[in-house]
Design a protein around this ligand. Structure first.
Ligand SMILES: Nc1nc2c(c(=O)[nH]1)N[C@H]1C(S)=C(S)[C@@H](COP(=O)(O)O)O[C@H]1N2
Ligand SMILES: [Mo]
Length: 505
């Protein structure tokens, strides 16, 4: 191989490594996950047939993951070198390789459980690095293309650029690692944390209607929807956490984490949902929360009779105003410290968040909560309320068809439909299903431990051959029937009936 060819390959490899370094730094600073590279390795595991994976594990023992990661890296280096030599024939040839590699990375990160928009950022950062660093590296080489060999000045420029890129990549990777050291140490203390009184409970069997395809009644932490305005999630060590409760109270209270968890813990199943959820959407989840009831905490503070809300502030400056009544009545509004028997995941508010049954998250469920100011709605305005959302956010009655999926083909004859319905803190009395505008048929309901959770429903009905439209509606324990009037999520929650199309044949 001529030294020139080698130069082109080295340029590809260095550009590739630079992209890996910046995407690693972005991932470690912005997300709670490993870099896209690790996501690719995990994707390989996912798509490997079970028997092959088992054989690999039995041959390699516990080294299976490092070996796999190494394999991915070697393969990538080969791709980088290949992109480098392709660039000789025109810069766009290499671009195709970079874009395809980024596409693989994108598929990998999005196939991770609970992946969101932030997980895309490291992939984009890596791609932009490839697309900008690679031409910079090959600039000097390209000028020498028409001659049999590089001039010494071109060689020098290439070496300088290559060194700068190498050092900068290493520096960026190390800086990312240092910048995220705080969060990694918080994650370590989270994993070591044992909170007395927090128990692990799986869903009571009676909560399931036993129909495959219906969303599990209990949502696993990894599958729980996530909504927040944090670009980089706050990492707060429990030993640094404090909550100040002040405002229209006779006695202010500042609580440390150990003082909080030393109080009596309450555990309850609560379904949380987002006001942005569209009809039929999945921004809703049900977990068992452990925490300290706010009613008990507030009872000792001498809250003023004139107060009607609490303005909550999170560590990252997000705010919401919550009606005082919902925090002091008989419901289990709490400062939650655990979710499904585990200390709160960092992205769900570690170490402490608020959970209020019956209210949308945007007016109640403050993650990383650090401040509560007792006051009035007249002078307390939360983050979303200044952006066109209503100041009050009670959860609206809703229902959803999970199975079959819209567009599915189903057999002629008996077909089972199933899904979930919710009306937190009021409860669901009945769920009804309508086929092709016919009579409303009552579905069967599973059992629920309280009125604060969603309930699974199922209904088996006969379908004739052909296309059908199926709708669902819920009826609350207060007699309210879910409206078919279609309204968008803003300003206080969507309405309308979830409707699907199936074809029997
Ligand atoms: N600190 C903080 N807390 C927040 C938010 C936020 O942006 N920042 N979003 C709220 C909204 S709109 C919802 S729906 C819930 C979502 O909680 P989850 O991400 O644990 O599901 O958190 C609420 N708490
Ligand atoms: Mo939300």
């Amino acid at each position: 191989m001529s030294t020139r060819r080698l130069h082109w390959r080295i340029a590809g490899v260095l550009a590739g490594m630079a992209g890996l370094a910046t995407s690693y730094a972005a991932a470690t600073v912005l997300t709670v996950r490993a870099s896209p590279l690790v996501a690719v390795a995990e994707l390989v595991i996912k798509v490997t047939p079970g028997s092959t994976a088992e054989r690999a594990i039995s041959v390699l023992g516990h080294l299976d993951k490092p070996v796999l990661l190494l394999g991915v890296i070697v393969l990538l280096l080969a791709c980088f070198a290949w992109a480098g030599s392709l660039a000789r024939g025109g810069w766009w040839r290499a671009m195709v390789v970079w874009v395809v590699l980024a596409g693989v990375g994108l598929v990998a990160v999005m196939s991770q459980r609970g992946a969101g928009v932030v997980d895309v950022v490291p992939v984009v950062v890596g791609l932009l690095t490839w697309m900008s660093v690679h031409p910079a590296l090959t600039d000097a080489l390209r000028r020498g293309l028409s001659r049999p060999d590089l001039q010494s000045s071109e060689r020098r420029v290439f070496l300088v650029v290559a060194s700068v890129v190498s050092v900068a990549s290493l520096g960026i990777a190390v800086a990312g690692r240092l910048a995220s050291a705080g969060r990694r140490s918080v994650e370590t203390s989270r994993q070591l944390l044992r909170i007395p009184g927090v128990t692990r409970h799986s869903a009571p069997p009676a909560t399931s209607v036993g129909l495959e395809g219906v969303t599990p009644w209990q949502t696993a932490n990894e599958d729980f929807y996530r909504i927040d305005t944090a670009i980089s999630v706050p990492a707060i060590d429990p030993s640094d956490w404090k909550l100040r409760i002040h405002g229209m109270v006779e006695r202010e209270l500042t609580l440390t984490y150990s003082q909080l968890v030393a109080r009596e813990l309450t555990e309850s199943w609560v379904t949380l949902n987002c006001v942005s959820n569209e009809v039929g959407g999945d921004l809703v989840g049900n977990a068992r929360w452990s925490g300290v009831r706010l009613a008990g905490l507030l009872a000792n503070l001498g809250v003023s009779d004139e107060a009607d809300c609490i303005l909550q502030t999170s560590h990252d400056g997000w705010t919401c105003a919550t009606p005082l009544a919902a925090l002091t009545d008989d419901r289990d509004a709490m400062l939650a410290v655990a979710m499904n028997g585990q200390p709160l995941p960092i992205e769900h508010g570690f170490p402490v968040r608020t959970v209020v049954p019956g209210l949308y998250g945007y007016v109640s469920a403050t993650k990383w909560v650090v401040d509560m100011k007792v006051g009035t709605f007249a002078d307390s305005v939360g983050y979303w309320t200044t952006r066109g959302w209503s100041s009050q956010g009670p959860v609206k009655i809703a229902s959803r068809i999970d199975v079959p999926r819209s567009g599915d083909k189903v057999p002629v004859g008996e077909v089972s439909f199933g899904g979930v319905a919710w009306r937190q803190h009021t409860g669901i009395e009945a769920v009804e299903v309508q086929v092709d505008g016919g009579a409303w048929q009552r579905a069967e309901l599973a059992e629920v431990p309280s009125v604060d959770t969603w309930v699974q429903w199922s209904l088996t009905t006969d379908l004739a051959e052909g296309d059908h439209e199926v709708r669902v509606r819920a009826i609350g324990a207060d007699g309210e029937t879910q409206t078919d009037v279609v309204r968008a999520p803003a300003p206080d929650g969507s309405t309308g009936l979830h409707t699907i199309q199936v074809s029997a044949g």
